[in-house]
Design a protein around this ligand. Sequence first.
Ligand code: ZN
Length: 489
Amino acid sequence: VGYTDFDLNPQGVKEIELIKRWRLEPKPQDLAKYKRGELVEPIKPIIFYIDPATPKKWIPYLKAGVDDWAKAFEKAGFKNAVMAKEAPSFKQDSTWSIDDARHSAIVYKPSEIANASGPSISDPRSGEIMESHINWFHNVQKLVHDWYMIQTAAVDTRARKMTFSDELMGDLIRFVSSHEVGHTLGLRHNYGSSSTVPTELLRDKKWVEANGHTPSIMDYARFNYVAQPEDKISPKGLYPRIGDYDKWAIEWGYKYFPETKNAEQEVPILNKMTIESAKNRRLWFGTETNPDDPHSQNEDLSDNAMKASTYGIKNLKVILTNLPEWTKEPADGYANLENMYGQLTTQFGRYMGHVAKNIGGIYENPKTVEQAGSVYERTPAATQKEAMTFLDTQLFKTPTWLLNKPILDNISQDGLEVVGRLQNTTINRILSTSTLTKLISAEALDGASAYKITDLFADLNGSIFSELKANQPIDVYRRNLQKLYVDKL
Ligand SMILES: [Zn+2]
């Protein structure tokens, strides 16, 4: 939140930006303890009530999703700072209402919307959060079901069906609850977090089970799709969790500084914490609004999209072959199969997008003036070349494995169209004015070391018209690709 201040700059205006946070203060009698570094309870803890209309079996998981944050607040010096409670019954408290703006709640909405959201009301002058009513729509269960199946079913046998066990669905609901609660504590999406993890660590059972596949639950990192069946990674290494970044962000936002009198006096202390955090890449924050930075992407994993996507596709191949079996329900048609085939091709499309963003990529590392190094840096030419090689292998050479006849014969999807759509989206992206302009600018700035616009077209022509040089016949899929490409020129 923020406001425009007309006093601070005598010759103009100053935009004031504030973080959103709850008022969390030690009790006056505990102040000495707090200063000594002992954990103390805040005067007013953050309490989320669970909507009494919530299906009973999900309540423990929703509560756990809230309570999981308590550990993060210990970094800021508070214990029992955040908790979930079941709503009091009419008998216990006849004045309690979920619509009362003095309470915060996780509200169950019997809706077909496949999502959840964590809004909050805050004072624009101070950023103080007054209350929050989190929306969890019933059908968010479909969203997490489909993601979990498409991303982990090659590894987790529990994901190989259309209706998950209550235990598995409960765990997924707990993750959604934690993520939305994170928003209501003032945290934004950290799309960059997952990019701080080397790809191979996501396959290291011991490491990933101990650390999680991304340092932030506020990333859109979903589930560990890099893990391979032979890695034998348990759900601990597949689910997102409140991680190093989240704990650090809570400490940064909620640490109480008794010696400061106002927000301005906190700025130098917080700046020091920020500079200190730059030493640990796991605490890095990447915005959700940067269209150019391949580190900051949603639904992606690890520091290398080419490697991560290759592993993801290996898993998709296993899943695709088994899809008719895993989506089958007695006395039902092929709607499940059609839906999940659609989810699978969408996931494949995401992998293409993660890789394509490297072409013309510009890394952004926000810094204060006290920090060394530059804010903007172009993706190395070798990485961009690696991205083009990936697209040549996985997308422009027809991904024939997607053209699974037993599946396509039973659903109303046309293989030529499916492949064409995926190729078209990526070609549109790498031939967009924005990407081409960035390549020209990079050449102007970096000269010979840049991945140039001429390199891009040489690579595209070489890949899409490879048959011409080899004097090979051109099949219908490749003719379709060539037409799509030429259309854009
Ligand atoms: Zn979110």
